[in-house]
Design a protein around this ligand. Structure first.
Ligand code: ZN
Length: 208
């Protein structure tokens, strides 16, 4: 199934919007590697502290122990030479150095499995994800279900008005939307959809 070969490492990226099952897919791939008796190390950005510390936790509550790092470079420092598979979750939160780190690890012969959001709440490419998608040998783009209409969803809709790129949260702050239902930037960024209420609508008498 995987084009991974015996003489070299490689990079695979699982991406998509929130609630698309990225973390489940990452966990599934890493669990299979563990079952195959490969040495696996998992890293995630320090920033994301939803649900638990030191674990990759999907929205459906699968979990896997993870080492928390502040910078991409720390991953290189912490990877054991014997490690076969390196998992990286929430890759969108790392700076551009994560691209060189993944390349370095793959060149060392390791299988690098990366999960991350492809777009932010404005529908713009998120952090280093475009570069990671480009250099990866394999990319899987996962879809969620639009919370408005039920269509396949690729966008992360923020439900609050803040314009910060990173607001940590889950179903209380975000939902998945399809392209038609997506409101880039959140509800407050939208122009007024309806004209102001008519005043003095109480008289049905024709004007004199
Ligand atoms: Zn929709």
């Amino acid at each position: 199934m995987h084009p991974r070969n015996a003489w070299g490492g490689w990079i695979e990226v699982v991406t998509g919007c929130m609630f698309s099952g990225k973390s489940e897919e990452l966990i599934k791939r890493l669990r299979r590697a563990i079952i195959a008796r490969q040495r696996v190390q998992v890293f995630k950005a320090e920033l994301d502290d939803r649900y638990a510390t030191g674990q990759v936790v999907s929205h459906s509550r699968w979990r896997l122990e993870a080492e928390r790092v502040r910078t991409a470079r720390e991953i290189v420092d912490r990877v054991d030479p014997r490690t076969d598979v390196v998992g990286i979750d929430e890759a969108q939160f790392f700076d551009g150095e994560i691209v060189a780190v993944c390349t370095h690890l793959a060149n060392l012969g390791k299988r690098v499995v990366v999960a991350g959001l492809d777009m932010d709440f404005r529908g713009q490419p998120f952090g280093p994800m475009p570069q990671l998608l480009t250099i990866a040998e394999e990319v899987e783009k996962a879809h969620a279900i639009c919370a408005r209409c039920g269509a396949p969803a690729s966008f992360t809709q923020r439900l609050t008005a803040t314009q910060e790129q990173v607001v940590v949260g889950a179903a209380d702050v975000y939902e998945a939307r399809c392209r038609r239902c997506f409101e880039p930037g959140g509800p407050a960024a939208q122009p007024e959809l309806y004209p102001p209420e008519e005043e003095e609508a109480d008289s049905l008498e024709p004007a004199p």
